[in-house]
Design a protein around this ligand. Structure first.
Ligand code: FES
Ligand code: FE2
Length: 474
C-alpha cells in the first residue's frame, strides 16, 4: 500500500491573523458569508408543510420553510414591522408565518396574509409588495437545502460540481439524518474545519484508534515489520504511541491517503489497496470480538451502523484470513441487500474508503456506503476564538426500516458531552490548544505540507473573498 507522490513544493506560509483577528472575522461576515452557498438543513428536518428550520450565520437568521410537498422557500427572518425574528429554532407553523410581537402574518410563500389594524397605518408604509418576506435563494442537492444571501448567485450545482459527481454513487439524497449534535468549540471555525481536512494528524492524535480499529486498516507491510509485540484490539493504548509507520518511516496520513484539490473544494480518501492489504481479523486476537469492536468504533463516527454489528454478531464464525476491510465491505453489501439497498454501482474499493470531501466553505466529513458523518463549522458571533460545530449523522435505511425522527442535541461547551467517541474526542481536545498557540507572539504563520494541501486550497478560497477589498488586518 504505497501512495506515491511527487515532491511537494508549495512553500507560502499562512499568516495567523485570519484565525484570531476580529477584523478578519468582520470581513468574512461582510465579504464571504453573504456570497456563498451555505448548507442550512436537510429536507427531512422539514418534512411536513409548514415545517421551518432557522439557520443562523453570524447576526443573520434565515428561515427555511416547507411551503408544500415539493417546494421549500427561505426568508430573511426579520419582521418588516419592527424587526422581530418571526420564528426561532425548528418547528411547524401550520399554514401561516405569524410574528409573535404584534401578529403580522404571511402565507408560506411569503406573501402578506394579515396586518392587524392596517387602517391605523399611513397607507404608503403598507405596500403589500414591500411587506412580502424578503426571499433568500434556495438550492437543493442530495437532500440538503442550501441558501445563498447574494442577489444573483451562480447555480448551486455548478458551485458543487466535483462533489456532486464524486458522491453520486453514494446517493446521499436517499440517506436520512438521524442525529444533529451542535456544540461550541474553543477555536476559530477555520481551525476546526482544517482539523478534519487532513490526515497528517492521524498518527499523533488518534493513538487510541490506532491500537484498535484503525490498526486493522493499516498497511500490512508496516504492521509486519513495525507493529509492536503484543498489541491487540481493545487495548486503549491511550498513553502508548502505536507504531503505524511504513518501512520508509511515513505515517498513515502519508501512505494511506490520497489527496486531491479542485478549483473549489478538496478531497481525501483511503488508498484502494486497503481492500486487499488491510490486516486480517486473525491478527487481532478473537476475530469476531475484534470485528464487533471495530464496527462499534466506526459506529461512533457514523461509519458503521447497528445493522452491521447485529449481522456480525449473528455469524457463527467470521473469516480470519481475509483482509478486514474486505470482510467489512462484504458485510455492508449483504446488510444493504437484505434491506433492499443495492450498492452494486459502488466499486469495492470505494465502499469503505471514507471518501472525504471538504465542501467549501464549511462542510467536511467521510462518507462510506450507507453512512456519512458530516461536520459543519460556523463562526460564533463576533468571537474569532470560538465556533459553532455541528455533527450530522446520516444513514441509508433499508426498505421497511423505521426511520427515526431527527434527534437535535446542543451542548454549550463540547466538554459537556461525553459521547463524542474516542476519535472526535481526540480531535476536539486539540482545538483549544491550537487556538491558544495562535495567540503566542512567537508564532506568526502556518507551514503546510502535501497532506495539508486541502487546507491551503481552502484558505486560497477564503482569500478570494476576504482579500478582494484588501487585507482587513493590514
Ligand atoms: S414586530 Fe412583527 S408584528 Fe410587530
Ligand atoms: Fe482527527
Amino acid at each position: 500500500m504505497t501512495a506515491t507522490h511527487a515532491r511537494y513544493t508549495e512553500s507560502a506560509l499562512i499568516p495567523k491573523e485570519r484565525y484570531i483577528s476580529a477584523d478578519w472575522l468582520a470581513a468574512e461576515y461582510e465579504r464571504l458569508w453573504p456570497k456563498v452557498w451555505q448548507m442550512a438543513c436537510r429536507l427531512e428536518q422539514i418534512p411536513r408543510t409548514g415545517d421551518f428550520h432557522e439557520y443562523r450565520i453570524g447576526s443573520q437568521s434565515i428561515l427555511v420553510v416547507r411551503e408544500s410537498e415539493d417546494s421549500v422557500k427561505a426568508f430573511h427572518n426579520a419582521c418588516p414591522h419592527r424587526a422581530t425574528r418571526i420564528c426561532s429554532g425548528t418547528g411547524n407553523t401550520d399554514d401561516e408565518l405569524r410574528c409573535p410581537f404584534h401578529g403580522w402574518a404571511w402565507h408560506l410563500d411569503g406573501s402578506v396574509l394579515e396586518i392587524p389594524d392596517a387602517d391605523d397605518f399611513a397607507p404608503e408604509v403598507l405596500s403589500r409588495k414591500d411587506l412580502r418576506l424578503r426571499e433568500v435563494h434556495v438550492g437543493h442537492w442530495g437532500g440538503f437545502v442550501f441558501v445563498n444571501l447574494s442577489e444573483d448567485p451562480r447555480p448551486l450545482l455548478d458551485f458543487l460540481a466535483p462533489v456532486v459527481e464524486g458522491l453520486a454513487p453514494f446517493e446521499v439524497d436517499k440517506m436520512r439524518l438521524i442525529r444533529n449534535r451542535t456544540t461550541v468549540m474553543d477555536c476559530n471555525w477555520k481551525v476546526g474545519l482544517a482539523a478534519f481536512n487532513e490526515a497528517y494528524h492521524l498518527e499523533a492524535t488518534h493513538i487510541w484508534d490506532l491500537s484498535g480499529y484503525a490498526a486493522g486498516r493499516l498497511n500490512g507491510a508496516a504492521r509486519r515489520t513495525r507493529r509492536p509485540a503484543g498489541m491487540r484490539t481493545g487495548e486503549s493504548g491511550a498513553t502508548k504511541r502505536v507504531d503505524a509507520r511504513d518501512p520508509e518511516g511515513r505515517t498513515p496520513g502519508s501512505y494511506q491517503f490520497l489527496y486531491e484539490t479542485f478549483q473549489t473544494h478538496n478531497k481525501m480518501r483511503n488508498v484502494p489497496e486497503l481492500l486487499t492489504e488491510s490486516a486480517p481479523l486473525a491478527d487481532m486476537g478473537d476475530p469476531k470480538k475484534a470485528a464487533v469492536e471495530m464496527l462499534r468504533l466506526s459506529q461512533l463516527i457514523s461509519l458503521a451502523h447497528q445493522d452491521d454489528i447485529d449481522y456480525v454478531e449473528a455469524l457463527d464464525d467470521v473469516p480470519t484470513d481475509v483482509p478486514s476491510v474486505r470482510f467489512f465491505t462484504d458485510v455492508r453489501r449483504k446488510v444493504g441487500a437484505a434491506g433492499g439497498v443495492d450498492y452494486s454501482h459502488i466499486p469495492d474499493e470505494d465502499m469503505l474508503a471514507a471518501i472525504d470531501y471538504c465542501i467549501y466553505p464549511n462542510l467536511v466529513g467521510p462518507i462510506s456506503a450507507g453512512n456519512w458523518i458530516l461536520f459543519r463549522f460556523r463562526p460564533n458571533g463576533n468571537d474569532p476564538d470560538t465556533c459553532l460545530y455541528d455533527v450530522m449523522f446520516l444513514h441509508r435505511f433499508g426498505d421497511g426500516e423505521q426511520v427515526p425522527e431527527v434527534e437535535h442535541e446542543f451542548y454549550a461547551r463540547w466538554e459537556d458531552h461525553d459521547g463524542w467517541g474516542p476519535t472526535i474526542g481526540q480531535d476536539l481536545s486539540n482545538m483549544g490548544h491550537v487556538q491558544a498557540g495562535l495567540h503566542q507572539t512567537s508564532f506568526t504563520a502556518l507551514r503546510l505540507n502535501r497532506q495539508e494541501a486541502g487546507v491551503r486550497n481552502f484558505e486560497k478560497f477564503v482569500d478570494s473573498y476576504v482579500l478582494a477589498d484588501g487585507d482587513p488586518t493590514a
